[in-house]
Design a binder for this molecule. Structure first.
Ligand code: HT9
Ligand code: FE2
Length: 348
């Protein structure tokens, strides 16, 4: 693939795992949501609703623990490969905040770091916003290390294979003929339209999600699948990617008499709130009365393959040599110090 120039760093001093962050107790829920939604025009009713999801989960999102688990596996893989590389953890919306982490890295004498952002995708939320986080944190910390992000990994063989193996397991345990449905976070149509530079045709987010779904289905030997979207916010008047997962399963149950579905949360690396609430709780409850049984596949984040993928992505930037990729849609995101992927990329 000729898309996206891979930055080359040579050996780095550290790896920073950069993620979204989530509340760890009831008292964190509102301050967390305020951080997430600062300046983003999300209606108050939607926020109240999302707050109730977090509250019913004890005020605690699983996301930070899941990221710590990924970091432990990455540290184990590094040790196995004989490498003594410190791994740091920082978030956009909750402690440890990226600014604090970069301050610590600087104090520890780190001069160059690779950054693994926990989203596989292009687009504003999955990519550009992480670049902004990196740029902001570096601006606030004098002497901050130079930081190069690892690329969007939507088509990495280990990512695809882990999802595919878990899809196989789910298909084998579900009723024969169950409908396979991939789901990812919806975004505004307008955001998807400007995801990626204009020269690459836009819609990088939805095209990558569709390509990853196709690759996983093919690797799992699944002949037919659907792709739907979930967890939309924003006022109803603003178009977001559709169909919605609940609407789609309802429709299938009505028009085609579908009774068994296998849901692949392709858009999420781990069992985040969007997975354990929006799918395992809300979707399951909404379609139960229609007699639909939902089998939800596992997510790859906690697997050893995922940690091995992170090491391979790290090797790509250190060596400047592109590793194996399975997809035909561009993968960008490998940029220095929070620079945009390209002119006009994800202007939102
Ligand atoms: C594409 C995408 C990903 C996947 C890429 C990636 O992984 O980064 C993602 C991940 C996540 N989103 C998360 C949480 C939230 N996202 C929100 C709001 C929004 N997400 C959006 C998009 C995405 N989001 C968008 C377009 C909005 C509207 C506001 C805006 O334009 O920014 C809101 C506000 C309330 C609401 O409206 O739902 C919350 C609380 C969590 C943490 C979950 C946990 O705690 O386990 C995670 C991993
Ligand atoms: Fe989100």
């Amino acid at each position: 693939m000729t898309d996206g120039v891979l930055e080359m760093t040579g050996p780095v001093d550290a790896l920073l795992v950069l993620s979204f962050g989530g509340p760890e107790g009831q008292e964190d829920v509102i301050p967390f949501l305020e951080n997430v939604t600062r300046g983003r025009g999300i209606p108050a009713e939607r926020l109240e609703e999302v707050a109730t999801h977090y509250r019913q989960l004890g005020g605690r999102s699983p996301i930070n623990d899941l990221n710590r688990e990924i970091i432990t596996h990455v540290e184990e893989e590094l040790a196995r490969s004989g490498r003594d590389l410190p791994v740091y953890f920082g978030n956009r919306n909750w402690t440890p905040m990226i600014e604090e982490t970069v301050r610590q890295m600087t104090a520890d004498g780190i001069r160059t770091a690779a950054v693994f952002a926990t989203s596989a995708w292009g687009g504003y939320s999955g990519c550009a916003q992480y670049q902004e986080d990196i740029a902001r944190a570096r601006e606030q910390v004098p002497g901050a290390p130079s930081m190069v992000r690892l690329r969007q990994f939507y088509d990495h063989p280990l990512f695809i294979e882990r999802f595919a193996a878990d899809l196989r397991t789910a298909v084998d345990s579900a009723a024969p003929g169950a409908r396979v449905i991939f789901t990812a976070h919806s975004v505004p149509e307008a955001a998807d339209a400007v995801a990626g530079p204009p020269t690459l045709g836009g819609r990088l987010y939805s095209r990558q999600v569709a390509e990853a779904s196709r690759l996983v289905a093919r690797a799992a030997g699944v002949a037919e699948h659907d792709l739907v979207w979930q967890s939309r916010s924003g006022p109803p008047s603003v178009p977001w990617l559709e169909p919605d997962v609940v609407d789609h399963v309802r429709e299938l149950a009505g028009s085609s008499g579908v009774r068994d579905v296998v849901i692949v949360p392709i858009g999420f690396i781990s069992d985040h709130v969007e997975v354990i609430w929006d799918l395992d709780t809300e979707l399951v409850d909404e379609v139960r009365e229609l007699g639909v049984t939902v089998t939800r596949t596992a997510t790859p984040g906690p697997s050893p393959e995922f940690a091995r993928m992170v090491l391979q992505l790290l090797d790509e930037v250190e060596s400047g040599v592109q590793g194996d990729r399975l997809g035909d849609v561009p993968a960008l995101g490998c940029n220095r110090d929070g620079a945009r992927c390209a002119v006009g990329c994800c202007s939102r």
